[in-house]
Design a protein around this ligand. Structure first.
Ligand code: NAP
Ligand code: F7E
Length: 345
């Protein structure tokens, strides 16, 4: 009998990669899709016809119970969230309801169908729970025991989801694990996130569809991996005899500025920086044209300055290791965007 898995956030980046992985492993894959006319439904049906879609919403307890009854899952992956940090400052209450309380709703749905001993649960926790303020171990990075200090409504909501998952593990014996994942990107990343925004703009600049890109803070540092590698780690967590929490990261950190330099280099542009603060610009060294400007609209009320993860526990216990490195990630994303933008006339 094939195992059954239910994925919330099926239309998101990680939902896409995880659904493919579970399908390759022979699972029956169910995906929770929200809204009465979700524009991403057709894409899932076209690209991943093996996914069985169930309508529901993390804020709607009844729909989650119904999803459990239909999918009868052995494994539930809770990837659904308001996941954009900048957006969470604009819709903090919605973020609390979906990203925070939504986790409680799905855990209660597991209890409602008596799944405490039969359903394994993955919670998508995040490096945004750390926040960077206590970063005092350069070169070592955050691990599972580091101090939390979220710097956004998103980070705060995720911290609730993290602790309620641990609490349900301790209280009801649910096989519930939290993956504390550092940034992971790829060709399925939404264009609202900085990496994809850059690679999409770079492709459009190369094809003459756009003159420049406007960004916010160029100096924050992120530990960026490839999403395809990270969903493998999620699955491995649920295959362990005991539930636990794991950091998935690369152990390297880079600035947004470095990401821009590598991405532009992929299309043969050497970036030169001129000016300071909001007046700083990125210039194409060969033509003197401005290809990058600062737009303060993209600054956040509070910023996480540096994220660097220590994946030692996941490497040792799960046998997990990232495969795609930083230059490889940038190359993969620019190449995909060039191909996609080349197709779109
Ligand atoms: P994503 O692309 O933004 O996808 C988020 C998903 O959540 C979408 O499918 C979205 O559906 C769904 N969603 C939003 N509101 C919902 C609601 N009320 N009910 C049910 N589903 C809802 O995010 P991702 O990059 O794949 O990340 C997956 C998870 O990992 C998220 O929880 C994220 O916070 C977390 N995480 C991500 C990273 C990263 O670097 N990618 C790192 C750490 C943790 P619609 O398409 O209908 O909006
Ligand atoms: O920002 C800076 C921005 O939005 C990265 C989510 O998946 O990873 C993601 O959160 C950095 C920040 O990702 C722009 O200020 C500059 O310092 O790509 P991002 P994020 O905030 O790190 C974590 C682990 C998650 O859990 C989240 O769900 O880039 N930045 N200029 C910009 N960011 C954006 N979005 N747009 C800009 O124009």
């Amino acid at each position: 009998m094939a195992k059954s898995a239910l994925i919330t956030g099926i239309t998101g980046q990680d939902g896409y990669h995880l659904a493919n992985l579970l399908n390759e492993k022979g699972y029956d894959v169910y995906g929770l899709i929200r809204g009465q006319q979700n524009p991403k439904r057709d894409r899932v049906i076209k690209e991943q016809p093996f996914v069985k879609l169930i309508e529901g919403d993390l804020t709607d307890q009844g729909s989650l119970i119904r999803a459990m009854q239909i999918a009868k899952p052995e494994e539930v992956y809770n990837l659904g969230a308001i996941s954009h940090v900048g957006h969470s400052f604009k819709s903090p209450q919605l973020t609390a309801d979906v990203t925070g309380k939504g986790v409680l709703n799905i855990l209660e749905a597991i209890r409602a169908v008596g799944g405490e001993k039969t359903i394994r649960f993955y919670q998508a926790s995040t490096s945004e729970m750390f926040g960077g303020l206590d970063y005092n171990r350069p070169g070592v990075g955050y691990d599972e025991n580091s101090l939390f200090h979220p710097r956004s409504p998103y980070g705060v909501a995720k911290l609730y989801g993290h602790w309620i998952t641990k609490n349900y593990r301790e209280s009801y014996g649910i096989h519930a694990s939290c993956g504390i994942l550092f940034n992971h990107e790829g060709d399925r990343r939404g264009v609202e996130f900085v990496t994809r925004k850059i690679t999409n703009a770079v492709a459009r600049i190369k094809l003459g569809k756009q003159t420049h890109v406007e960004l916010g803070n160029l100096d924050s540092k992120r530990d960026w991996g490839y999403a395809g590698d990270y969903v493998e780690g999620m699955w491995r967590m649920l295959q362990q005899d005991k539930p636990d929490d794991y950091v998935l990261a690369t152990g390297e950190t880079h600035t947004i500025r470095e990401f821009c330099e590598l991405a532009f280099a992929e299309i043969g542009i050497k970036l030169e920086w001129q000016g300071e603060d909001v007046n700083e610009v990125g210039i194409d060294a060969a033509t003197d044209k401005t290809v990058l400007k600062i737009n303060p609209d993209f600054f956040r009320p509070a910023e996480v300055d540096i994220l660097l993860g220590n994946p030692a526990k996941a490497e040792e216990v799960l046998g997990w290791k990232r495969k795609v490195d930083f230059p490889g990630l940038v190359k993969l994303m620019v190449e995909t965007d060039l191909a996609l933008e080349g197709e779109v006339i």
